[in-house]
Design a protein around this ligand. Structure first.
Ligand code: ZN
Ligand code: ZN
Length: 407
């Protein structure tokens, strides 16, 4: 990665992603190995008028050693300073960028159930923070840069895996052109068009079907709103929470999912891979599940709380998105979820309900929007996926045929 292209990447994210404002504080969460990227982000943030810019370093190797060696009681007791440091981001209206570049095998050898219990304790401790983030209380953006172990997983036969992965990231970020900002504007407008068509239809149900065996009817929450890339934070400033992003998404009804789904791609969760899994739903609840790989990780996720037994997001992505067309399995949800229609287990985004950010959890639940300490996306879209919208009058409208938009 050369300095010039990282600088261009940082500029695009700070401007279009978190939309850093003059005089605002900024935090970057970054793997320690990518310190060069961090330095460029911090310099760029100050150039753009940041009042204060800082880095939250993380290191999977340290985490893996800690998970393996420290006792569970210590690790499930989440330190107060950590929770306070997260809540401070909200209190001081920081915007933050998180670099997601995990090694999919980072926690190999650590018992999956131990990781699941630590993750659960952490999610619980950070519930207030994650609720605020999911309601767009602050502006945030998740992005990726290649780390060696991740790149090796994506390109196992390459001599320069990090370079190859960076090239793909540049393409999916629409940085391989003269005017990336204009390209993003066009892309965002296109997604908004799809979202507004779906909002006009105001479907009651979506029916997903494909040759993997997925046959699932999902009810949508009352007063649901279809959203896409561009969102508005509480302070009225626009931002994009994921870059890249290709999705148009909304809230399913927590009590209305019936049928069975099969995963279309592996899911990396807490440093473990869950693959070839199925979920069976009855009245919105997961009543049965299986996985050829990572069964106990899936079990840990589903059993986190009562909300992880239900759905919190339904997202549509056409098979002709640049990420889908690359045909690459990224082992990273940020990319893989943008290659394929996906659902999420756990909490629904309050923003996917009309006026949702100002409603209480109980009010949101009454409308069908799910609550949980978790929100985990997984992919179900295939090249032959059909999605049929069913209106309140029972009219059936094709939304996707052969894995792509038809409305
Ligand atoms: Zn999504
Ligand atoms: Zn999601």
């Amino acid at each position: 990665m050369d300095t010039k292209s990282i600088k261009q990447f940082a500029k695009l994210i700070l401007k279009f992603g978190v939309n850093l404002q003059n005089g605002q504080c900024f935090e970057l969460s970054c793997p320690v190995t990518e310190y060069k990227v961090a330095r460029i982000f911090i310099d760029t943030a100050y150039e753009m008028g940041a009042k204060y810019a800082r880095v939250r370093w993380n290191d999977e190797k340290v985490d893996a050693s800690t998970y393996l060696n420290a006792d569970e009681k210590t690790l499930t007791n989440v330190p107060k300073w950590f929770v306070l440091s997260k809540n401070e981001l909200v209190e001081k209206n920081f915007c933050y960028v998180a670099i997601a570049a995990d090694d999919p095998y980072a926690f190999k050898g650590v018992p999956e159930d131990k990781i699941a219990r630590i993750a659960k304790a952490r999610s619980k401790a950070l519930k207030k923070f994650s609720d605020t983030v999911m309601a767009n209380g602050i502006r945030w953006c998740v992005v990726s840069v290649p780390t060696l172990q991740w790149a090796k997983t994506v390109f196992p036969n390459s001599k320069k895996p990090e370079k190859d992965l960076w090239q793909e990231i540049v393409k999916t970020m629409r940085l391989d052109c003269d005017n990336p900002e204009q390209k993003w504007q066009e892309h965002v407008d296109n997604l908004i068009r799809h979202a507004s068509r779906l909002n006009d239809f105001n479907f009651e149900f979506l029916h997903f079907k494909n040759s993997l065996g997925t046959d699932l009817k999902i009810g949508l929450a009352e007063n649901h709103v279809w959203l896409s890339a561009l969102e508005k934070a509480k302070d009225g400033v626009d931002f994009i929470a994921n870059m890249p992003t290709e999705e148009v998404f909304t809230a399913p009804h927590r009590l209305k999912a019936d049928g069975k789904l099969y995963s279309a791609m592996p899911l990396v969760y807490n440093g473990n891979i869950i693959d070839k899994f199925s979920l069976t739903f009855k009245e919105g609840k997961i009543v049965d599940y299986s996985a050829e790989k990572g069964y106990s990780t899936l079990k840990g996720l589903i059993e986190t709380d009562s909300g992880t037994l239900r759905l919190g997001e339904v997202a549509l992505i056409g098979k002709n998105s640049p990420i889908a067309k690359s045909g690459i399995l990224f082992y990273n949800t940020l990319f893989d979820e943008n290659a394929s229609c996906h659902l999420a287990i756990g909490k629904a985004y309050p923003t996917t309900i009309k006026n949702g950010s100002s409603l209480s959890t109980t009010e949101l639940k009454d409308l069908g929007a799910n609550d949980s300490v978790e929100h985990v996306d997984f992919m179900i879209g295939t090249d032959d996926l059909t999605v049929t919208g069913i209106t309140k009058n029972g009219e059936k409208i094709p939304v996707f045929t052969d894995g792509d938009w038809v409305i």
